[in-house]
Ligand binder design. Sequence first.
Ligand code: AMP
Ligand code: MN
Ligand code: MN
Length: 345
Amino acid sequence: MSSAFEALNSLLADPRRILLLSHVNPDGDAIGSQLGLKWLLEAQGHQVIAANQDGVPALLRADQVAPGWRELVRNPMKPQRRGNGYELVIALDCSDMARLGQAYDPSLADAPLVNIDHHITNLHFGALNIVDPAASSTAELVWRVAEALHWPIGPQAAQCLLTGIVTDTRSFRVGHVTPALLGVAQRLMEAGASLAAVNELVLERRDVDTICLWGQALAELRLEERIIWTAIPLTMRARCNSIEQSDSGLANFMVGAEEADVALILTERADGQVDVGMRAAPGFDVAQVALALGGGGHPRAAGCTLAPPLAQAAEQVLAALKLALAQQRQQHLPAQQSPAVEPPA
Ligand code: AMP
Ligand code: MN
Ligand code: MN
């Protein structure tokens, strides 16, 4: 067993009051890893509260994909939840502490903080860090913890973890899907999880307001130096009645454009801040640009939050992307120019 898993095992030697947190505007991996770990820890006799600043997004409010979703709370510090205080805090799917948003209260600093995450930009902010950028998802890391510590995985935990893996890999379509990951998915399905439920209820579904927003955003599409991008001002969201935060489906769709190496979407939030979502085609990397702008992510999917106004945020991120892409194309050149096999003289 690796030392990180052993250290976690020691922290869990006695029944504990544990708080599980994940990132603002949560996705399937944030919710799936949180709820999956909640089921697993409760089966081990711990008392667990799972909390998230923004609650559970609409598509995940379904027992078939996120069993236990009704128990996820937005404010973990209410006296009836806090009880005699949390003895352990676990952050899931967060590359830095700012990602926890208002779900993290400064008084929690008294409890040890465990950081379980798979972002390449993770800042190792925990007292204990279980971080592996090669992992497909945080849910996969939770599965590894359960395996290493010999915790049985019931059907609810299995479903939550499969939901995390499937949403973060867009149903096993991305580069870091390994044979081992397919083996994990197989075991989660054998434990009772449904793959079809995640595909049908989460990945393939969106509401009409979101489709309306896609239409409006796509109508404003621009292509500059192989960056395909669009901006979503609040007025556009209002026209479509779209109040939920952006879904990542549109950026994934846009990066499929043959003429683009990167897709970029800027979304104006109600508080004026600008959410930036980026996707890279194979061979390109947007994680470092996101990190340099105060955000984070993965080589092929990253994001950050910028100050208003929208137009200025767009200029800032476009300039950074153009520079990074020019450098990355330079690095690609020698490999493309020299033939793998020398032609016969
Ligand atoms: P999204 O475009 O929102 O689906 O996000 C893509 C990736 O970037 C995810 O792995 C996010 O965790 C990460 N990400 C998005 N926004 C931020 C941010 N403001 N700070 C750090 N990471 C972010
Ligand atoms: Mn996430
Ligand atoms: Mn993730």
